[in-house]
Design a protein around this ligand. Structure first.
Ligand SMILES: NC(=O)c1ccc[n+]([C@@H]2O[C@H](COP(=O)([O-])OP(=O)(O)OC[C@H]3O[C@@H](n4cnc5c(N)ncnc54)[C@H](OP(=O)(O)O)[C@@H]3O)[C@@H](O)[C@H]2O)c1
Length: 295
């Protein structure tokens, strides 16, 4: 029996990985789901998944969480700026626990990219390499669901304003990435692999505007602005300087091609095409509307 663990199981991606593992044949009793707020995965506990509470910031909480684990998926934490120390705690605890394999959700071309979010991922990749634990790097491109907010705003304004020019984004749905992670955990032969996981197709913001128009049922246009004007627009709309600067930097990275690399690595591994932008965003939008109606 191989015990598979998912750290970050309480998040959006983590829940989908748990579901994919079970769909692809893992026995719930062979799965350990680790997160801070484990009430979010009570439904998986009911199915027989072992649920353990731990905090990446609290090294002592990680030893019991990883006890008996053979293969671990470390889903990167969400607290930007604190993640290198947090991930170090997880990798060190994995080493102590005798974990045999770690898969880590990284960022596209983490070791060479100019992407502003990449340094913590690059550092984590190095920490994993240095640990001596066999590993696979799952360098996920952007989630299609990340564009839900853009669609919701465009519903009211009819506009998508950005400074990424004709930059292209090879996004895929979280479900696609989750299935990729599940395959890597469930099958052998991934040791030492660096997977550039992405959607099959890279799209630009004119494509996004067309897709959003259909979803929100109104004409939506993409307005290209300069980085300087974008920063002004964002701060005028209430964002603090730091956040506005970060958004503009990510747009610059995107304009320069940091997210443009569409590979068939993910679709090959999961055995089906990745979810097209139009389908992924329409599903996310429908789910968000349904959730809002229930509130
Ligand atoms: N590729 C992309 O487009 C993209 C976009 C956004 C984020 N990401 C990255 O991908 C990760 C997963 O995405 P997601 O959509 O599933 O994010 P999410 O729903 O925000 O989930 C984040 C997960 O990280 C866990 N976590 C955060 N800090 C932790 C800590 N100190 N100790 C233990 N667990 C901690 C959360 O646990 P609790 O829920 O229990 O607090 C949760 O399980 C994110 O954390 C981020 O690193 C990628």
């Amino acid at each position: 029996m191989t015990t598979l663990a998912v750290a970050g199981a309480t998040g959006h991606l983590g829940r989908l990985v748990l579901a994919s593992l079970i769909e692809r044949g893992a026995a719930p009793s062979d799965i350990v789901a680790i997160g801070r707020d484990v009430s979010k995965i009570a439904d998986f506990a009911e199915q027989g998944v072992t649920v353990r509470a731990a905090d990446y910031s609290d090294a002592a909480s990680l030893d019991p969480a990883l006890d008996g684990v053979d293969r671990l998926l470390l889903i990167s934490g969400s607290e930007v700026g604190r993640r290198v120390a947090q991930h170090t705690n997880v990798v060190q605890a994995a080493k102590r626990a005798g974990v045999q394999f770690i898969a880590y959700t990284s960022a596209p071309h983490a070791d060479t990219t100019s992407l502003a979010l990449a340094p913590e991922h690059k550092a984590t990749e190095q920490i994993i390499r240095d640990s001596g634990i066999p590993f696979a790097l799952l360098r996920n491109n952007w989630y299609t669901e990340s564009y839900l907010q853009v669609a919701e705003q465009a519903k009211y304004t009819g506009l998508i304003i950005a400074s990424l020019g004709d930059g292209r984004i090879a996004s895929a749905s979280r479900r696609d990435y989750a299935e990729g992670a599940a395959v890597v955990l469930l099958s052998e032969g991934h040791e030492g692999a660096t997977y550039e996981f992405s959607g099959d197709v890279a799209w630009d913001y004119d494509d996004l505007a067309r897709v959003v128009s259909t979803i929100v049922e109104r004409e939506v246009a993409y307005k290209r602005v300069s980085s300087k004007d974008h920063r002004k627009i964002l701060t005028k709309a209430g964002l603090d300087m730091g956040t506005a600067g970060f958004v503009v930097t990510l747009d610059t990275n995107t304009r320069e091609g940091a997210l443009a690399d569409a590979t068939d690595t993910l679709s090959t591994l999961i055995g089906r095409p990745t979810t097209p932008l139009a389908d992924g965003l329409a599903s996310a939008y429908a789910e968000a509307m349904a959730a809002r109606q229930q509130e």
